[in-house]
Design a protein around this ligand. Structure first.
Ligand SMILES: [Zn+2]
Length: 261
């Protein structure tokens, strides 16, 4: 218990810093800019942001949401993304404890958040996030399999990746305008990560994604926020379904099997 609390606090702190980087990804990846250099600048006056003004959440509060030099408003999205990343990291720590899987799922969650916001903004799921996520997480999962002797899970991860990719590929081929190829690649990544926990979890994740997309899609049309012709990005729904399946999959599968007696 003490151990889990320590790991959760540590992951929360790391999550705040990674959240800052997620903001950088969201701002720069769609513009095809480097995510390493240069340092962040104010979009209005171009002043470089100093270290003391770059502390996650805290700087935004201390500066009262304004740039120190020109006073332009800094959107609340910045601290919200940092906070959300920290919450996801803490949730992963509580779910997995101090284990080899934990860093892999932290990377996965941070990538899902960046991809969701970019998809909402630009209707794209960038390869520059999808591929590095696989490059980072697959070796981590292989390490976890080696350390814990759970090679069976790595097999499920690879089958899951193929299943997620394949399922969405079929939908993409039937309706290329409704389901972009970025969604197909993302389903592959989700298939690997969620499949690692069990192929059941992947079924839950994809089912939730389609369920939420239809419920929210109908609600947006009913409230006239969108018309039938507007595109609604599917990435955020797949990402949410994956996070819910990873964190509460056992509860959901348990409730389902009990309801069937
Ligand atoms: Zn400024």
């Amino acid at each position: 218990m003490v151990m889990t609390t320590l790991v959760a606090v540590f992951c929360g702190a790391i999550g705040l810093c990674v959240g800052s980087f997620v903001n950088v990804l969201i701002a720069r990846v769609p513009q095809r800019e480097s995510v390493i250099r240069p340092r962040s600048r104010c979009p209005k006056c171009g002043t470089q942001i100093s270290d003391r003004d770059n502390i996650p959440i805290l700087s935004w509060l201390l500066l009262r949401a304004r740039c120190r030099s020109c006073g332009v408003r800094i959107p609340a999205r910045y601290p919200l993304v940092e906070g959300a990343t920290a919450v996801l990291f803490v949730a992963a720590a509580v779910r997995f404890g101090a284990s080899w899987q934990l860093p892999a799922f932290c990377v996965f969650f941070a990538a899902l958040l960046a991809i969701s916001v970019i998809d909402l903004d630009h209707f794209i799921i960038p390869n520059r996030i999808v591929y590095p996520t696989l490059v980072l997480t697959i070796p981590m999962l292989a390490g976890a399999a080696a350390a814990d002797g759970t090679w069976r899970r790595l097999e499920d991860a690879l089958i899951g990746g193929a299943a997620g990719f394949g399922a969405l590929l079929i939908i993409h081929l039937i309706s290329p305008r409704g389901m972009g190829f970025g969604d197909v690649r993302l389903a592959g990544v989700i298939g690997v990560m969620v499949g690692w926990l069990g192929l059941w979890y992947l079924a839950v994740a994809l089912f939730l994604a389609f369920l939420m997309a239809s419920v929210i899609g109908v609600a947006l049309i009913a409230t006239r926020v969108k018309t039938r012709k507007d595109a609604v990005p599917f990435g955020p729904f797949m990402a949410s379904g994956a996070v819910i399946a990873v964190l509460w999959g056992p509860v959901i599968v348990d409730a389902y099997s009990r309801s069937r007696g």
